[in-house]
Write a protein that binds this ligand. Structure first.
Ligand code: B1M
Length: 208
């Protein structure tokens, strides 16, 4: 019942309610992935569907995103396990032209939770900034997120820039419109549909 309330809370843009219900569910011992998938992420899927149908607009999409973020913040400490040594460094960001950051933040949180050092460059990040950050931080992996079909080409540009810079850094891509075929086409070292998959992918790439 309460998971459904979290879902409804996101759809009704109720930041405080989503926060409170997420905390209640955690305390009741509900599995984090269930809270995420059936509550928070599920609701955002419905928001996206309504936007496509024209029954909901950008301001509402933003308010729903704020409610979802509030829930995610409550889950964050529980996505993090105690680790003493970093298992690798990941530079992550949403590519140039794209402002969607919820999925990217979730991926970053789960990577931190898995003991990786994460340098988060935020949104609308151009290729040069990814290259600079990868150099400065001796990154093992650069992780690129895109939610718009129109910003997927920026992944290609970024991967080319990493290769041209001669860096020994792997690159991975993800986000709703990104497919395995696209990842292969642009020469990425890996692709994942979701945050746990991205963590597994990085673990494999860094041998952790
Ligand atoms: Co936008 N938006 N949006 N939006 N938005 C989508 C993406 C859209 C699918 C909605 C729709 O039409 N149904 C559509 C894109 C269509 C397309 O190109 N295919 C769209 C559009 C069109 C737009 C605008 C152009 C609207 C406009 O202005 N006319 C505009 C673009 C702005 C820009 O970026 N330049 C826009 C704006 C916005 C808001 C700012 C209002 C807001 C974002 C707020 C924010 O992020 N801070 C927003 C939102 C909230 C959405 C939807 C509703 C939800 C996205 C989300 O947060 N989902 C979205 C519809 C949808 O996805 N259902 C939509 C929850 C999140 C947990 O999932 O980000 O997919 P997601 O992340 C997943 C996986 O994709 C994966 O892991 C996560 C889960 O485990 N993943 C990775 C993500 N990154 C990864 C990286 C990895 C691996 C996995 O490795 C590196």
């Amino acid at each position: 019942m309460a998971i459904k309330d979290i879902y409804e809370g996101v759809l009704a843009f109720q930041v405080d309610k989503v926060k409170e219900l997420t905390r209640t569910e955690l305390e009741a011992g509900t599995d984090i992935q269930t809270i995420l998938n059936d509550g928070l992420i599920g609701a955002m899927d419905e928001v996206g569907q309504k936007f496509s149908e024209g029954s909901l607009f950008v301001p509402e999409m933003l308010m729903a995103a704020q409610a979802m973020k509030a829930g995610l913040e409550i889950l964050k400490p529980h996505l993090t396990e105690e680790v003493s040594h970093s298992k690798g460094t990941v530079v992550i960001g949403t590519v140039k032209g794209d402002l969607h950051d919820i999925g990217k933040n979730l991926v970053a949180m789960m990577m931190e939770g898995a003991g990786l050092s994460v340098v988060d460059l935020g949104v609308d990040v151009d290729a040069e900034k990814f290259v600079e950050a990868a150099k400065e931080n001796n990154a093992h992996v650069v992780a690129l997120s895109a939610l718009l079909t129109t910003t997927m080409p920026a992944m290609d540009t970024t991967i080319k820039a990493i290769k041209e810079a001669g860096l020994d850094t792997k690159s991975i891509v993800g986000g709703a419109p990104v497919t395995e075929a696209f990842a292969n086409q642009i020469g990425a070292d890996g692709h994942s549909d979701d945050a746990p998959g991205a963590v597994e992918l990085v673990r494999r790439l860094v041998g952790a």
